[in-house]
Design a protein around this ligand. Structure first.
Ligand code: SDX
Length: 429
């Protein structure tokens, strides 16, 4: 890693700071010694110009709309790979050989059941509880079950915890859905692939055999791939920060789920579909585009814009293609939501406001239409995002723990409150 230097002048002081270059992408200015040398902090709310770590897992070029996982373009992984192959790649850094893939699939498949007592956690929730609330609770509860895989200093235990997380998330997500709709839980079946198993756990009922539609299972698998990891996004940074204190890995993933739930992040897929339903028809789009541009109106086009992508989110293009595949397979013609979405995209991409602010559809814009067509209620959309993102969170958590520079994350602040003052007795207030 090549090193240059930058000089910072503050008053009569000047401080030399190392500039580090990575493999590709922007350089970083190492400010680790800044406070010691200048008694000043940097200030970057929202971390728009701040790199929190070194990483080899995912690279995003926001201007070019490029997304690489361990160097492989998302388009190629989505086209040629399957989700567990991408999981292996994210965790171990290389694409698996046939033998490695077979072993990995076997190990994940044979961790898909959850402890039978887990089912009791669900009964504490109201049936109409949001499935993301259930996921936060139940995934956090996993930390009470697996004490044999929580010594985070032991690479073997970390990998066991990682496999358990990847394997059990579909089972817990499907249980959250079944509980929500009042149907019995469906156990995983070891002769099904990851996506097929998940669809069956969600949509099978005891009264009849469930036959997996291979086209829909492939689409589900590809949707998982598109959501697997995305550099240091808010929920991944949450998992890294929680993990930096040495917290239980399952509890760290529960923290990631909580962060992902927000409508500015993973909750945008649910919010985007609700927005499309609220718009309802093409002739109402101008009204909503005007609201999205109005600084006095908090309304934003959900599924549009991104902190990093200032070009089309490459995942959104693949998602749009998958949407057409799923609707075609299901014989859904002229889906009114798709019609509104495509016209909204066309209008927004030609509108000066969106062009100037470089606002493009992101992964959440089309995903909701696809997931609704697959049979999921909108309240399950972010659960599916969390299911897929678990491998990214756990890969980044492992990388953080293995990083020799790893320390507990503890940001500072710019204090703008009251200066020191003495207590005033209530009789004198
Ligand atoms: C995900 O980080 C990741 O990688 C996330 C993710 C992942 O895989 O982990 O990609 C998944 O979270 C995708 C994003 C999903 N969220 C949404 O679709 C919600 C709608 N989008 C916005 O809330 C917003 O674009 C964010 C939150 C995504 C990004 O916010 P930023 O980077 O803080 O940008 P900003 O809010 O400062 O917006 C810049 C400008 C603002 O106008 P000005 O203050 O400069 O005048 O663009 C405007 C915003 O008002 N703007 C929008 C808009 N998004 C931004 N205006 C209308 N509609 C929008 N959607």
């Amino acid at each position: 890693m090549t090193e240059q230097s930058a000089t910072l002048k503050i008053g009569d002081k000047s401080v030399d700071l190392a500039v580090k270059s990575g493999t590709i992408g922007p350089d970083v200015i190492d400010i680790g010694a800044l406070y010691k040398n200048t008694a000043s902090f940097t200030y970057d709310p929202g971390f728009t110009s701040t790199a929190s770590c070194e990483s080899k897992i995912t690279y995003i070029d926001g201007d070019e709309g490029v997304l690489l996982h361990r160097g492989y373009p998302i388009e190629q992984l989505a086209e040629h790979g399957d989700f567990l192959e991408v999981c292996y790649l994210l965790l171990y850094g290389e694409l698996p050989t046939a033998a490695q893939k077979k072993d990995f699939d076997y190990r994940v498949t044979h961790h898909t059941m959850v402890h039978e007592q887990m089912s009791r956690f669900f009964t504490g929730f109201r049936r109409d509880a949001h499935p993301m609330a259930v996921m936060c609770g139940c995934v956090g509860a996993l930390s009470a079950f697996y004490h044999d895989s929580t010594d985070i200093t032991d690479p073997h235990q970390r990998m066991v915890a990682s496999l358990r997380m990847i394997a059990k998330m579909p089972t817990i997500a499907a249980m959250a859905y079944k509980y929500h709709i009042g149907q019995p839980f469906v156990y995983p079946k070891n002769d099904l692939d990851y996506a097929s198993n998940f669809l069956r756990m969600c949509f099978a009922v005891p009264c009849e055999e469930y036959v997996v539609n291979p086209v829909l299972a492939r689409a589900m698998d590809r949707i998982f791939i598109l959501h697997a990891d995305h550099e240091q996004n808010a929920s991944t940074s949450t998992v890294r920060l929680a993990g930096s204190s040495g917290a239980n890995p399952f509890a760290c993933i529960a923290a990631g789920i909580a962060c992902l739930w927000g409508p500015a992040h993973g909750g945008a897929n649910e919010a985007a579909l609700n927005m499309l339903q609220e718009i309802g028809s093409v002739d109402r789009i101008p009204e909503y585009v005007a609201r999205a541009k109005d600084k006095n109106d908090p309304f934003r086009l959900m599924g549009f814009g991104h902190r990093v992508y200032k070009n089309y989110d490459p995942r959104a293009k693949i998602m749009q293609k998958t949407t057409h595949e799923v609707l075609g397979e299901l014989g859904i013609k002229d889906d009114p939501l798709l019609e509104v979405a495509m016209e909204l995209e066309r209008i927004a991409l030609t509108d000066e406001y969106f062009i100037e602010k470089k606002l493009y559809p992101n992964i959440d814009f089309y995903s909701g239409i696809t997931l609704k067509a697959l049979g999921f209620p909108t309240t399950m959309f972010t659960v599916l995002f969390a299911l897929a993102r678990t491998v990214g969170w756990i890969a980044q958590w492992n990388e953080m723990i293995e990083d020799p520079q790893q320390r507990i994350g503890r940001p500072r602040q710019l204090y703008i409150g009251e200066p020191k003052r003495d207590y005033v007795p209530v009789s004198k207030r």
